[in-house]
Design a protein around this ligand. Sequence first.
Ligand code: IMP
Ligand code: MG
Length: 181
Amino acid sequence: MKKLVTAHDLTFEPFISSSDIAEKITELGKKITEKYKGKRPLFLGILNGSFVFIADLVRACDLECEIAFIRLSSYKGVKSTGKIETIYGFEINLENRHVIVVEDIVDSGRTLNYFMETLTEKKPASVELASLLLKPDALQFPIKIDYLGFEISDKFVVGYGLDYDGLCRNLKGIYQLKETP
Ligand code: IMP
Ligand code: MG
């Protein structure tokens, strides 16, 4: 794992290694496999951040399954009244499907809180949520995560799909913002 990573004006240090991530995803994959045997779930990845996680997660599942993506555009100007502006790719038919939403990180929970409600209108047979990361101290909305990778402190992280202003998504591990001394 690279010692330090610089992107734009910030420096990040190693936080979760790719082997620790792989080990955790193997575990999550086993749980999902047991629960969904014979059900052909639909993994629904939220772009862009989840693209790496979902690719590894579905390959950790020994299941017949489908994969689709949506893109949520959230307006974050005002924290207390933040709302989701647009949804792309949401024409997919979810009626009677077993849906597993896949997210990179749950921060305030605003995005998912809105989206999970919207999903129920599509009449899926079931909905569960997988998230690689959760920042419990930042959470402001009630979110139930069925398959969680890691709980982390409320500090900015990048890598393994997560970006800082478009950069760092291709890093194999997860890096945390380095405190300036
Ligand atoms: P929420 O609606 O506040 O939960 O925001 C979740 C979204 O914000 C995630 O899907 C990420 O795209 C982004 N995000 C939150 N925390 C981080 C972080 O530490 N690094 C990179 N992106 C983050
Ligand atoms: Mg995201």
